[in-house]
Write a protein that binds this ligand. Structure first.
Ligand SMILES: CC(C)(COP(=O)(O)OP(=O)(O)OC[C@H]1O[C@@H](n2cnc3c(N)ncnc32)[C@H](O)[C@@H]1OP(=O)(O)O)[C@@H](O)C(=O)NCCC(=O)NCCS
Length: 158
């Protein structure tokens, strides 16, 4: 709490090509099987809603959301390990939920590793529930790992 009171202000804006070096660096420090720089570039080219959270003129987190056919899919959500537990992940998630609502989407979906207890806690806190399992969805050092599919229905004001 004392740390949070001393934290600088942050802002969320659209991701730009110039952000990709910082985004890829955070990705590499965050995941055992990170997305490549090219995957992020393709997300921008594909028009996915890609956001960055800026702190002291640096990217401190990002989120990628695809919206199609009345459904939104959270493809990535990540906060720089240096800046975790400061509420930034929740702010990015809320920004993505806001984008989905603005697009009149009825449901937001995402995949998460069942072993990722931190992310699961965040998603459950924001009202996501598990609706399915995708067997052997993720790479893992022990072969493949299932994905939990989580969903949140959006109703106006929720
Ligand atoms: C998941 C992630 C985005 C959370 O970001 P964060 O900025 O650290 O999280 P916040 O500070 O916004 O915390 C929001 C909620 O998340 C949960 N949470 C955050 N850190 C946690 C921890 N260390 N242990 C358990 N729950 C935690 C809590 O529910 C928390 O709410 P609370 O503070 O009221 O308890 C971050 O840990 C991350 O980038 N992880 C690596 C990438 C990843 O796994 N992304 C998800 C892919 S599906």
């Amino acid at each position: 709490m004392i740390r949070a009171m001393k934290e600088p202000p942050v802002a969320i804006r659209d991701m730009a090509h110039d952000d990709l070096a910082m985004v890829s660096d955070i990705e590499r420090r965050s995941y055992e099987f990170p997305w490549s720089h090219g995957v992020f570039r393709d997300c921008l080219l594909a028009g996915y809603r890609s956001s960055v959270l800026i702190r002291d003129e640096r990217v401190a987190g990002y989120g990628i959301l695809s919206i199609a056919a009345g459904e939104a899919h959270i493809l990535n959500l990540c906060v720089d390990p240096e800046f975790r537990s400061l509420g930034y992940g929740e702010r990015l998630l809320d920004a993505m939920l806001g984008q989905a609502r603005a697009a009149s989407v009825g449901e937001v979906l995402l995949e998460v590793r069942p072993s990722n207890k931190t992310a699961l806690a965040l998603y459950r806190k924001r009202g996501f529930f598990q609706v399915a399992k995708r067997p052997a969805y993720y790479q893992s050092h022990q072969g493949r790992e299932d994905a939990a599919v989580l969903a949140k229905k959006l109703v106006s004001g929720a």
